[in-house]
Design a protein around this ligand. Structure first.
Ligand code: XMP
Length: 513
């Protein structure tokens, strides 16, 4: 496996993405954690130093342990990673003074060709993405220059005798179009064969789950979302009926959702499944509540109680399974250490394992979202299910601003179903990251036939995004929007006005609450 030492770059995760795409297994660890002992234990086959915001000229700037250079494995330093490498190996780094560079730049080759650059410089120059204040002013002994740009004379450097490579630009970002080739050459040089496939991962995960769990019982909270579903099917394949799933129906699910989940897991996969129908309880507790944070907290707390009650029915369970993904696990490098503002309290079951005295089984901990989808595919989950848009834990409660009533929820479910049907019919579902309807807490006047109507207005939302952190509204055609509005108003009793939300995130959020 390959070790990525994170020095706090915004794009460190992209390095991991690029390597995973090459079927190479890698892990990101913050520099603070990478000690001599860590390195000896991890025994990486190659190491990558990420970029980072610090300046190596500052006294306490982040460093890897000196011993990393004695491992005898290939190392690739990127941006800050290059500077740290040069500094530690005897070169020099200087502050900007007019040589800072942010954005597109062009690197041209030097005379000698090296394996790292196979497939590079087929044209005269390569476009790369630079983002640096400091720059290397003197390379370390043993290094040569293999590529240069106007503002970065040492854009590509290498010590071939030790297989150390260092570049000033960011090969992992899209604006370095040929960057993946560089990673491909690097991992090939390091002896990786690209055998990290989802098929192999599945077999290994099943072996590990059996080893961890033995003959103990496991419970798994099934939300109907992709992550918990893939985790459940994988664990079921590993330990069969030692696994029981608990599906909490809080009455805030989409149309037919509860039935679909129960049918799929109980009937199709033959899994022991507890269907906890707790609609009365949740809707009762939410009665009269309109503050978004109170809604979220009420649902989160009840969920934990209810889950605990039903999981208790299983008796003697020792493990709790969760669909935690790699992005949730990566410990990020924090320089400020300051608290960040809570925009929304997210619904999760953190704290539950301690409360119930259960150990965790998290078979997706090493995977990115698209890898989870690949694994779901490997496990035979239907494609339509694997590709489903994300759905928030608090469900329709946060798509119903103001007070939640059964009437509004029913109307919302119907409108949402029509909207999603439209999106699927037009072949747009997979282009959109998330789409849903929010029912607004206002009634407006309309005219239908010869009569006056006084019904709810709704808002359609559709966004493109990579990770939900930032998002753009989806540019539907006017024809699509018009047709969808007509269908919703005709087919859903209780709605007489349809609007389209054209807010991006930021400044908006994806959900309305
Ligand atoms: P926002 O509205 O914060 O949403 O822009 C970003 C993404 O997160 C989802 N979301 C949640 N998911 N529990 C979840 O599991 C929650 O409490 C929650 N709140 C928002 C939202 O649907 C979007 O995909």
């Amino acid at each position: 496996r390959l070790l990525i030492i994170d020095f706090g770059s915004q794009v460190t995760q992209l390095i991991a993405r690029r390597l995973r795409e090459l079927n190479v297994y890698c892990e990101i660890h913050p520099f603070q954690k990478v000690t001599d002992a860590f390195l000896a234990d991890f025994a990486p086959k190659a190491v990558i130093f990420s970029g980072g915001p610090a300046s190596v000229i500052d006294e306490n700037s982040p460093r890897p342990p000196q011993s990393v250079f004695d491992l005898g494995v290939p190392i690739l330093g990127i941006c800050y990673g290059q500077q740290v490498m040069m500094q530690m190996l005897g070169g020099k780094v200087e502050r900007g003074h007019g040589t800072a560079e942010f954005g597109r730049a062009y690197v041209t080759p030097m005379a000698a060709r090296i394996d790292l650059l196979t497939g590079w410089f087929l044209e005269e120059k390569e476009q790369v993405w630079m983002s640096h204040g400091d720059h290397v002013s003197e390379i370390a002994p043993g290094f040569e220059v293999y590529g240069t740009s106007p503002n970065a004379p040492f854009a590509i450097t290498a010590d071939l005798s030790r297989n150390f490579f260092a570049v000033q630009f960011h090969p992992e970002v899209h604006h370095t179009p040929n960057g993946k080739t560089l990673y491909e050459n690097f991992v090939r040089l390091a002896g990786f064969t690209g055998d990290w496939t989802m098929g192999a991962y599945k077999d290994e995960a099943i072996r590990q789950i059996r080893e961890q769990v033995g003959d103990a019982k496991v419970i798994c909270g099934l939300s109907g979302g992709v992550d918990s579903s893939v985790a459940a099917v994988l664990i079921h394949e590993a330990i069969g009926d030692q696994l029981t799933c608990v599906f909490v129906d809080h009455g805030l699910l989409r149309q037919n959702e509860a039935q679909e989940v129960v049918t799929m897991f109980r009937d199709h996969y033959n899994m022991p499944l507890i269907h906890a129908d707790e609609q009365e309880l949740f809707l009762g507790a939410l009665d009269g509540v309109s503050d978004p944070e109170v809604k979220r907290k009420t649902i989160g707390k009840l969920f934990i109680d209810v889950f605990q009650k039903h999981a208790g029915e299983v008796g003697g369970a020792k493990f709790l399974a969760q669909g935690t993904l790699y992005p949730d696990v990566i410990e990020s490098v924090s320089f400020s250490g300051g608290p960040s503002v809570t925009i929304k309290s997210h619904h999760n079951v953190g704290g539950l394992p301690e409360k119930m005295g259960l150990k965790l089984v998290e078979p997706l901990r090493e995977l990115f979202k698209d890898e989870v989808r690949g694994l779901g595919h490997e496990l035979g989950l239907p494609a339509s299910f694997i590709g489903r848009h994300p759905f928030p834990g608090p469900g329709l409660a946060i798509r119903c601003p103001g007070e939640i009533t059964r009437e509004k929820l029913d109307i919302l479910r119907q409108a949402d179903a029509v909207y999603i049907d439209q999106i699927r019919k037009h072949g747009l579902y997979d282009e959109i990251w998330q789409a849903f309807v929010a029912i607004l807490p206002v009634r407006t006047v309309g005219v239908m036939g010869d009569g006056r109507t006084y019904d709810f207005a709704c808002a359609l939302r559709a966004v493109t995004s990579v990770d939900g952190m930032t998002a753009d509204y989806y540019p539907f055609s006017h024809a699509f929007l018009g047709e969808t509005a007509t269908r919703i108003i005709n087919e859903v009793k209780g709605i007489n006005r349809v609007t389209y939300d054209v807010t991006s995130k930021p400044p908006g959020t994806i959900e309305w609450e």
